[in-house]
Design a protein around this ligand. Structure first.
Ligand code: 2BA
Length: 111
């Protein structure tokens, strides 16, 4: 049996987690939130799992986009100035809005 469903993973800033979750649930979409950690900044973010019909994917991504802001964050970085001499300085990185992946669902059941 071919099913036309997708699984959307959306990684958002923790500060956007409530607005994103509220907007999706108000529109009737089922969501699961996972506490996650970014590998680069090593700080907490939120990963949403949303399984939906194929034709709803664009609407869901639009909702996530509308409620996820872009931010600049500073991350410590280190440089070496000769043997044993290091200094640390902050580097600014742009984070977000949301990082979104969409995959096919082979089978969907609630048992
Ligand atoms: P983080 O890994 O903590 O990355 C935070 C931000 O740092 C990224 O923002 C990006 O601007 C920068 N960054 C990440 N890796 C970098 C690197 N190797 N060198 C220089 N700068 C780097 P976003 O791209 O908006 O990503 C936000 C979060 O989304 C990431 O947090 C990570 O948890 C997730 N993410 C982004 N791209 C991903 C991917 N291709 N696969 C899995 N997770 C991803």
């Amino acid at each position: 049996m071919v099913i036309n469903m997708k699984l959307i993973y959306a990684i958002v800033n923790n500060d956007d987690s409530h607005p994103v979750s509220n907007a999706l649930t108000q529109k009737g979409f089922a969501v699961t939130k996972l506490a996650s950690t970014g590998g680069f900044l090593m700080s907490g973010n939120t990963t949403f799992l949303v399984c939906s019909d194929d034709d709803k994917v664009d609407e869901i991504i639009e909702i996530i986009k509308d409620h996820s802001r872009k931010r600049n964050q500073f991350v410590p970085s280190a440089s070496s100035y000769g043997a044993g001499s290091y200094t640390s300085f902050p580097v600014e990185v742009s984070v977000g809005g949301a990082t979104v992946f969409v995959t096919d669902i082979e089978r969907f059941e609630k048992v």
